[in-house]
Design a protein around this ligand. Structure first.
Ligand code: TEU
Ligand code: CA
Length: 561
């Protein structure tokens, strides 16, 4: 059964600080810039802000490489700026969750600096150090950011593990001293008043003993070792310990980012009696348009795959755990470019996708700019890109591997993380009002007509549609707690589902195409009263719903009784 909890009824808004709002003209978004925009977020109606990392960092991976967990990145401001920010958030009755990045630190963290000094340094076991095997790396694992997951260090003649960049050495959670340090650091932030954590790749922290080689059927130089570090042997033990020692003493929202997590594992992570995390970010629906070679191996999305996947998570966690709902974040392309139509039907399809997500069971996350219908970008040259994943992949494939440049650039246009990281488009002035200086990453040139100022003034904008969706969640328990059922499972054009709570039903109708489509109400659905809760086209509320026409990318939600 599902208990009622504030974090189930909340809508979360993610801020990627570097790209949100620059207050001092250095081209980089910052904490004071965020504070200036809090009224905008309050007006939108969101309950919780998730702040991507703002800690001291050399920015090899834009703050996901932390060199000091208890101080603020100077590019973003000071601890006083941060205290002002949380204070202003709380004054507006919103909450703040912070990013917890403890699968790895920066190689510039003091722990790592000590660790690399000698094999018997007290910090040596804070990380994974190993001697080479036959003059090569200790195993064949591939880094998520290309190349080997091991880096050789001449000083002690050993390798250290880094699942991400070589400036992100993996922390060794087998070491109880490291765990205690992490718990102390978490308490530091919780005692400063934060309302929870988003936990970066938290299901990677327990590695299989011995770190065995990954299967490598195609005889490549390196191979993905996921099965030896995703949902590893001690992961539930570590999370329960973290909960017992830290989280249980606070009333918090925790969301574990978990690539590769299955529904069965998610039931364990989010089952309330198990005391691990509130919810997880799963990746299944993000992987449907990638092929066997991974995200850059482009595949067209089949709507039935998306429906099957979301339905599995909806029914699999109902009454057993809790879903998080997202289509965007700082690692993913813009949803309207990816799943909708970012040209002729940009507004309609963005609203349709938002309807799909916000009517599901779970806690919805909005990524900055999503509420404006911001789109992907195409920058002319690889030199205009900043993301380390993109740059490393390009180097490996084009510079070293001699792959077709145009093909690789095309995969970057479709999937590159910088699509999500272009500066927020506040208005139609220079640099979209993001900065008075030179933005750290190009502004999308469509800011002249896609921007917050326009959206707030236009009552038919995507922004106002999000406001409406958020308000509806506050008014109708069924949106939060109702059970999900998929209709028309084999339809490649329409996504139709119901939610049920007591004697009420929601009927959610979504047209995923640019054409008009007809919907026939299945005879299994009976009702005596109907009401339109929201739609992205004008609707004749009295018209019969036994058979109805749906316009291009139309979304419509009925409440039936
Ligand atoms: O992302 C985890 C992760 O696996 C991503 O690398 C994701 O799979 C990839 O971006 C999709 O191509 C988290 C953070 O969200 C990401 O920004 C960090 O780069 C990464 O961890 C390392 O901290
Ligand atoms: Ca700045």
């Amino acid at each position: 059964t599902t208990s009622k909890t504030w974090w189930k009824e909340s809508v979360v808004y993610q801020i990627y600080p570097r790209s949100f709002n620059d207050s001092n003209g250095d081209g980089i978004g910052d904490l004071q810039g965020i504070t200036q925009k809090l009224d905008y977020l309050k007006e939108l109606g969101i309950d919780v802000i998730w702040l991507s990392p703002v800690y001291q960092s050399p920015n090899d991976d834009n703050g996901y490489d932390i060199s000091d967990y208890q101080s603020i990145m100077s590019d973003f401001g000071t601890m006083e700026d941060w205290e002002e920010l949380i204070d202003q958030i709380h004054q507006r009755e919103m909450k703040l969750i912070m990013d917890l990045v403890v699968n790895h630190s920066s190689d510039e963290h003091q722990w790592f600096q000590e660790s690399k000094k000698s094999v018997d340094n007290p910090y040596r076991d804070y990380y994974y150090w190993k001697p080479g095997k036959d003059g090569k790396e200790p195993n064949n694992w591939e880094s998520v950011f290309s190349g080997s997951a091991w880096e050789y260090d001449e000083n002690t003649e050993e390798y250290y593990l880094h699942l991400f960049s070589r400036k992100q050495p993996d922390l060794n959670w087998e070491n109880p001293k490291l765990r205690e340090e992490v718990y102390r650091m978490m308490k530091f932030w919780l005692d400063k008043g934060i309302d929870g954590f988003r936990m970066d790749v938290i299901n990677f922290i327990s590695k299989a003993p011995g770190l065995p080689d990954a299967p490598n059927p195609h005889g490549k130089k390196y191979a993905p070792g996921g099965e030896f570090f995703m949902d590893g042997p001690r992961i539930h033990e570590f999370l329960q310990e973290m909960n017992e020692k830290v989280l249980s003493q606070y009333d918090v929202l925790t969301v574990g980012e978990m690539p590769g997590v299955t529904v069965e594992e998610a039931v364990l992570y989010t089952g309330e009696e198990r005391q691990e995390v509130s919810m997880v970010f799963q990746f299944e629906h993000m992987d449907l348009d990638g092929g066997p070679e991974g995200k850059w191996d482009l595949r067209p999305l089949k709507l039935t795959d998306l429906k099957n996947s979301l339905s599995k998570w909806q029914t699999g966690l109902d009454g057993k755990g809790w879903n998080s709902l997202y289509l965007n974040n700082h690692d993913q392309p813009r949803m309207v470019s990816r799943f909708g139509n970012d040209q002729k039907y940009r507004v309609e399809s963005a609203k349709m996708l938002a309807t799909m997500l916000h009517m599901l069971q779970g806690t919805p996350y909005i990524y900055q700019g999503e509420e404006l219908g911001m789109t992907n970008i195409k920058l002319d040259s690889i030199n205009d890109y900043k993301d380390i994943e993109t740059l490393n992949m390009y180097r490996e494939k084009v510079v070293e591997g001699h792959a077709d440049e145009q093909k690789v650039m095309n995969s970057i246009y479709v999937k590159g993380r910088d699509n999500a990281r272009t500066p927020i488009q506040w208005d139609d002035s220079e640099n979209a009002g993001f900065t008075t200086g030179t933005p750290w990453l190009a502004v999308n040139e469509n800011y002249q007509y896609i921007n917050a100022k326009q959206a707030v003034l236009d009552e038919n904008s995507i922004y106002h549609y999000y406001r409406e969706l958020i308000q509806l969640r506050k008014q109708h328990d069924i949106i939060v707690y109702g059970s999900y059922e998929l209709l028309l499972p084999d339809d490649e054009e329409l996504y139709v589902y119901t939610r049920t709570l007591g004697d009420e039903k929601l009927l959610v109708l979504l047209n995923f195409t640019g054409d008009e489509k007809t919907f026939m109400l299945p005879s299994s659905i009976s009702y005596s009263k109907k009401e339109v809760l929201i739609s992205n086209y004008p609707v004749d509320v009295d018209a019969s719903i036994e058979q109805l026409g749906l316009k291009p990318y139309e979304a419509r939600v009925y409440k039936l009784k």
